[in-house]
Ligand binder design. Sequence first.
Ligand code: LIP
Length: 264
Amino acid sequence: MEEIKIEQIIDVVREAATLMDRSGGFEIRNKSVLEDLVTSSDVAIQHFLTEKLGTLLPSSGFLCEEEDLQDLNHRYIWIIDPIDGTANYARGNENCCISVGLVKDKELFMGVVYSPWRGELYTAVRGEGAFCNGKPIHVSDRPFENGLLYTAMSTYHKEWSRYCSDVIFDLYNQSNDVRRTGSAAIELCLLASGYADLYFEIRIMPWDYAAASLILKEAGGAACSFDGDSPSLFRPSMYIAANTRQNCDRILQTVRRHIRQLPY
Ligand code: LIP
């Protein structure tokens, strides 16, 4: 019998979301660069989640976006972004979410992505499919040429933006069009739901994609990093994803035409 049920994580995440404040009643600080924000809500939600989730699984570790919280020497590890899409959150833009992934024995085991302002709760348990608001979701079967690409420039590393624009320009010319919400977790869940088909970002962090990676995989999608392997759960990674393995490989081939070596 499993030590934890997805419903327990959902309850904690829903409660954490009551700390999100669309009226702007929070403080905002810069982190690494001007574009990289943290609000007092990010910190409060992270504190709430680590306390509650740590109680659910007392011997678990954490990898979290805020306050350099990293404690990985455990069988169960929570990978948490208290608010993914913080720049949106700080403006009251709906495209932000709480992302909680649970790793068991170094593999993703459960994932919850909750965007209260979009009214979307995405969930997955390894081997049991992916769901949005309790309904099963699945990737599209669109060919590359009809694909919508979710992507981003290297927002926190503008020195790499030429690489991104070259890749995006090439992908744009092979596909239908380009989209951007500003939350990787939401974008990967939209890909899992069939609302988009392709994804590329030069460098994102495990807390941005851990939960959504499982949701995408369980919805039938494929993902890889620059080396063609699965994106690391514990280090920053290039993130390439698509509705099919074939389309994922085609994005990777396109990326390698423009980026010979990762700049980090
Ligand atoms: C953000 C992502 C966004 C990505 C940014 C950043 P944050 O997360 O979800 O899509 O392009 O580089 O990682 O910083 O808002 O939690």
